[in-house]
Ligand binder design. Structure first.
Ligand code: URA
Length: 433
């Protein structure tokens, strides 16, 4: 078999066999296939696509390129995965919430590049919280508390690590089969029984249109099912940030408020909906029954206590969970002021993400240091009435005070004002089973 023939076949719109896909993935992982041939194949896939059998084969080859996590945790293991968006801190809420309702959540999360750190960076803003646990420690905590959230270590899906880095510099990230195989390859290596996907759609996500988000969700669900897992996906709106807080410590504090039964309405709604689907896939009843179970656990403080237990077992100070004034506060802040009367009719959510990045909350390169206190809190969101002079948001930073003015201008230029109230858009746009 030759890479040249595989590339040519896909370039001409052919259908790759499982053997050809395995040859490519294992050859690339082991360094036998050079970057230039892998890049050419990714570009051919970008233009010609893949059918479901090809995408499933690519996903399984990525999963099989490294270790899989085989844990005996004495219960059904369920995970939730979001395709990522601005202010998305639902993992911090749904993981302890689902666990305290009776399922096992053994979550391996990333750091990632972008407007804020990943779930792991957010959790590390809690004093002492360790994300570098051994597999044995990880399993023990899940058996005890029902939940543990750690960072990626070990040799999971090494093919994806190489391929994703290559796609990032060859303009081939935005390809549905490549995204599906990348996300699902890693998820299948983690080996959960059930997976609930939160596929974001809109200006703050990489799927800008509803059609593309639905196509991505359909293919991820189908590939997961072909691999023998219970999978469903919610399509959710990312034309506005989720919740009010964007930034690492700010998001943990908002997640804790939500775990206390408060928090912003949109964050609570989505966290409950995702948890209900996690419980339903685990066989705990209908969507309605599971939503009821989740609501009770959130409002009773049970989920908050489970979160505090996990924090303590991972070396963190649980007092921070009950006293959020312990989190690091930013040294500098600036209010963003509305220049007009009317309504906020639309925001460019991606630009809002960039605001948080230039304040120091995220990373441009994997070696960048994160400012845990940086980010912003929104006081007004899409649909809200505003008066000239109202505060729209407060920006926070410790490391980059010189960026505050530019960040405020950027936020205002990404905010559209109108005289009429915009049509409300639901947060949960659909579900794919
Ligand atoms: N996230 C991933 O893990 N992979 C992709 O291809 C896109 C987003």
């Amino acid at each position: 078999m030759r890479m040249y023939d595989i590339i040519k076949k896909k370039r001409d719109g052919g259908r790759l066999t499982k053997k050809e896909i395995d040859y490519f993935v294992s050859g690339y992982t082991k360094g036998r296939v050079p970057d230039y041939q892998a890049a050419a194949l990714c570009m051919a896939i970008y233009y010609k696509g893949m059918d479901l059998d090809e995408t499933t084969a690519l996903t399984l080859a990525i999963k099989d390129s490294g270790d899989t996590l085989d844990l005996d945790l004495g219960g059904v293991r369920v995970d939730k995965h979001s395709t990522g968006g601005v202010g998305d801190k639902t993992s911090l809420i749904v993981a302890p919430l689902a666990a305290c309702c009776g399922i096992k959540v053994a979550k391996i999360s990333g750091r990632g590049l972008g407007h804020t750190g990943g779930t792991v960076d957010k959790l590390e803003t809690i004093k002492g919280y360790r994300t570098d646990l051994s597999t044995a420690e990880f399993a023990k905590i899940v058996r005890t508390a029902g939940v543990s959230v750690i960072g990626q270590s070990g040799n999971f899906a090494p093919a994806d690590k190489k391929l994703y880095a290559l796609r990032d510099v060859t303009a081939t990230v935005e390809s549905v089969p490549l995204i599906v195989s990348s996300i699902m390859g890693k998820k299948l290596a983690a080996n959960d029984d059930c997976i609930v996907l939160d596929v974001k759609c809109g200006s703050g996500s990489f799927m800008k249109s509803r059609e593309n988000a639905e196509e991505l969700a359909r293919q991820m669900v189908s590939v997961g099912r072909n691999a023998g897992k219970e999978v469903c996906a919610l399509i959710t709106d990312m034309d506005r940030p989720l919740g009010n807080a964007v930034g690492n410590a700010l998001e943990v504090i908002e997640a804790i408020e939500t775990l206390r039964g408060g928090g912003p309405e949109d964050l609570r709604e989505l966290s409950l909906a995702l948890t209900a689907q996690m419980l339903r896939l685990a066989g705990m009843g209908s969507t309605e029954e599971c939503a009821q179970t989740a609501r009770k656990a959130l409002d009773s403080g049970k989920a908050l206590n489970t979160f505090a237990e996990m924090v303590e077992l991972q070396g963190g100070d649980p007092v921070w969970v009950y006293h959020t004034d312990r989190f690091p506060a930013a040294e500098h802040s600036l209010e963003v002021i509305s220049p007009a009367d009317g309504y906020i009719s639309r925001v460019d959510t991606e630009k809002y993400g960039e605001v948080s990045l230039i304040l120091g909350a995220g990373r441009n390169t994997k070696d960048d240091k994160i400012d845990p206190a940086a980010g912003f809190i929104l006081k007004k969101k899409t649909g809200d009435a505003v008066r000239r002079g109202d505060v729209i948001a407060t920006l926070y930073t410790t490391d980059k005070p010189q960026a505050l003015e530019e960040a405020a201008e950027m936020m205002l230029s990404a905010t559209v004002f109108s005289e009429e109230a915009p049509e409300p858009v639901p947060l949960i746009l659909g579900m794919i089973e």
